[in-house]
Design a protein around this ligand. Structure first.
Ligand SMILES: Nc1ncnc2c1ncn2[C@@H]1O[C@H](COP(=O)(O)OP(=O)(O)OP(=O)(O)O)[C@@H](O)[C@H]1O
Ligand SMILES: Cc1ncc(COP(=O)(O)O)c(N)n1
Length: 529
């Protein structure tokens, strides 16, 4: 026997048996207990609350791809069924808000949710259902893409629901409006310039006490800038700009959906909004650049969510290229550190330099043991020899640091806090991780050091013999170290190819964490010397 229920013109079939079962369960079920989430989470469980797109470019379909592309486990509760394609929206069917509430409870009664991404909500009842659920469950990370109008100019939020949407903001950590949505949330005209957009972002952040990702996709110009605005961070620190080249493509359908879902996922792993946005922005640029390969639809096509898994040119180097690209933000941050800038300019305080050298010597001693472990795990004799040589060289450089650079310098003894954290991270992986994970954890030390060296060598200081750190800068110009770095990266790619998908994900995490420690290591003299 079947009961047919009308959902604004659409039909849904619910069997009587199902209705009875559900009613019985509801009577018998204990009060819902929302499973707790413990962050950071290597494979975050991310819930998308959004509308649908049967062509798969926007809405929950895009969100699920985006979550998966970032190594998360995707879930979805549907707010509205949208008959749309790359050319536009044809019609929208909205199930009763009670049914949305039922979907949300079904997920949270059972699954610990690490992050939520909210997209198209459609109308006030859906917004209120989500608000009630958020108040009850309090997921640790909530990202809201305040979807109002599609790329095709079709409305996806009833105008009278804008007030209710504002009421959701206090429950949100990050809101990601495009420029018209930012203006609508503030009830002001759309910003005509980037500076005006940032001012609006500050105002929204201040008014509702949340972070705002101001998106510049709708501006003209060679770049497509975004900015993370957090009024609570105070003047001078409240805006972090994330610029990327504007990609010449019509395939921008679902960029906002994909971006916000990716941010929710990566944030649950990194717990660092700036790092998350840098990673996601680089991925998004690649997804736009490679969107043409998909050939989906005749209008505004979708982005290529999985471009990083299908390298265009050098399949063997795909893994390291992907990681290099995803950690571009950390490299920028390293080069912007006072330590590096002052080292290049020759204005670095002696005691900061001495602290760095002393910590480097300590680090190298432990790093040598970690490389020895990589040698023990290596699958080929060539790799065994490579890491064993590396372990040997670390001890030689350590001895040289003590013999020449540290001799006669007054530096505090002992292992500094950053050195300890970095070394503990490496030793934990050496003790418990796979070969691939260990290789991914040790490569940033080679690669970032070589990169910093390249930048310092390219600067004017390297040629200036009166520069107080000229001799030290010369040590960066070692071609044999550059060659060792190339080999280490190639070994990492080979190790990645031999790993399972889950193993590769652990490699990514190990690599990203080591990059962060490299950044902290270069900054440690400023903090602890
Ligand atoms: N042509 C482009 N090249 C590079 N980045 C872009 C381009 N268009 C949009 N972006 C980026 O895509 C993200 C979404 O930006 P946009 O301002 O288009 O938001 P949106 O309008 O909410 O997206 P959607 O198209 O899904 O509605 C931002 O990070 C933006 O900088
Ligand atoms: C279900 C749904 N959610 C969001 C968008 C906005 O995406 P875009 O502006 O790229 O069309 C959409 N078209 N459909």
């Amino acid at each position: 026997m079947a009961r047919t229920e009308a959902i604004e013109g659409a039909t849904a079939e619910v069997t009587e048996a199902t209705v009875l079962d559900t009613a019985q369960q509801a009577r018998q079920a204990p009060e819902p207990e929302y499973a707790p989430s413990a962050l950071p989470r290597p494979v975050p469980r991310v819930l998308s609350i959004a509308g649908t797109d049967p062509t798969g470019g926007a809405g929950i379909q895009a969100d699920l791809k985006s979550i998966a592309a970032h190594g998360g486990y995707g879930m979805a509760a549907v707010t509205a069924l949208v008959a749309q394609n790359t050319c536009g929206v044809r019609s929208v069917h909205t199930p009763p808000a009670d049914f949305l509430a039922e979907q949300l409870r079904a997920v949270s009664d059972d699954v610990a949710i690490d992050a939520v991404k909210i997209g198209m909500l459609g109308d006030t009842p859906a917004i209120l259902a989500v608000k009630t659920w958020l108040e009850q469950t309090r997921p640790p990370i909530v990202v809201l893409d305040p979807v109002m109008v599609a790329t095709s100019n079709d409305r996806l939020l009833r105008p009278e629901a804008e007030d209710a949407l504002r009421g959701l903001l206090p429950l949100v950590d990050l809101v990601t409006p495009n420029l018209p949505e930012l203006a609508a949330l503030l009830e002001v005209p759309v910003a005509g310039s980037w500076a005006q957009a940032l001012e609006q972002g500050r105002e929204l952040s201040r008014r509702h006490g949340l972070k705002v990702l101001v998106k510049g996709g709708h501006l003209q110009g060679a770049d497509s800038p975004d900015a993370l605005v957090d009024a609570a961070a105070g003047p001078g620190q409240d805006v972090v700009e994330l610029s990327a080249p504007r990609v010449d493509t019509v395939n921008t359908h679902g960029t906002g959906c994909s971006l916000s879902a990716a941010v929710a996922t990566v944030q649950a792993r990194t717990l660092d909004w700036t790092l998350t946005l840098r990673q996601v922005k680089h991925w998004l640029t690649g997804a736009l650049e490679r969107s043409g390969e998909l050939e989906v639809g005749r209008g505004h096509g979708p982005i290529h969510h999985f471009h990083h898994l299908q390298p265009a040119d050098h399949p063997a180097q795909g893994f390291s290229q992907e990681l290099w690209r995803q950690t571009a933000g950390v490299r920028e941050d390293i080069l912007a550190l006072p330590f590096i800038r002052e080292l290049a300019a020759g204005t670095l305080a002696e005691e900061h330099f001495g602290y760095y050298l002393a910590q480097d010597a300590r680090y190298l001693n432990s790093y040598s043991r970690v490389l020895a472990r990589a040698s023990a795990l290596a699958p080929t004799e060539a790799e065994q020899l490579f890491w064993a040589k590396g372990a040997h060289q670390c001890l030689e450089v350590e001895a040289e640091l003590h013999r020449s650079w540290l001799a006669g310098r007054e530096v505090p003894g002992g292992q500094g806090p950053v050195t300890k954290q970095y070394v503990d991270h490496l030793l934990a992986i050496a003790g418990n991780g796979s070969y691939g994970e260990l290789v991914a954890a040790v490569v940033p030390c080679y690669w970032l050091y070589a990169h910093v060296g390249e930048q310092l060598q390219a600067g004017p200081a390297a040629a200036d013999q009166d520069h107080p750190y000229a001799a030290w800068l010369q040590t960066y110009a070692d071609e044999s170290f550059a060659e060792a770095t190339r080999q280490a990266v190639a070994i990492m790619d080979a190790a990645a190819a031999a790993e399972t998908a889950a193993g590769r994900q652990r490699m990514r995490t190990a690599f990203e964490q080591s990059c962060r420690y490299e950044l902290d290591f270069f900054d440690a003299p400023r903090v602890y010397a």
